[in-house]
Design a protein around this ligand. Sequence first.
Ligand code: FES
Length: 119
Amino acid sequence: MSASAAGRTGRTAVADVDASAPVGTVVSADLDGAPVTVVRHEGGWVVVDDECTHAACPFGADGEVFDGHVLACNCHGSEFDLRTGEVLLGPAERALTVRPLVVVDGRLVVGDEGAAGRS
Ligand code: FES
């Protein structure tokens, strides 16, 4: 999986992931050369940095989604709301930056409009 231009849309493709993959899918990818994690939650697809805000464990390797919208870090148990990035359970104290993805021509791309989680 690699970042690349999305052609005529002018948006950045994040990952070649089956857009119909089920809720709970967690995939490592890169965005503009930076490691990110692409996650499907009940409201759609989002991309977050591939490191927990607590101690930088990578979500791509160990992240887990439950209750349809909660991303858990398996290093120390922090939980984040994928709709907002809010910390639901520590030890993390800082929210995740959550960016919505949209499906364009069957590819997931960084959206430039809409609320977090919309697909
Ligand atoms: S690194 Fe994620 S909870 Fe500590």
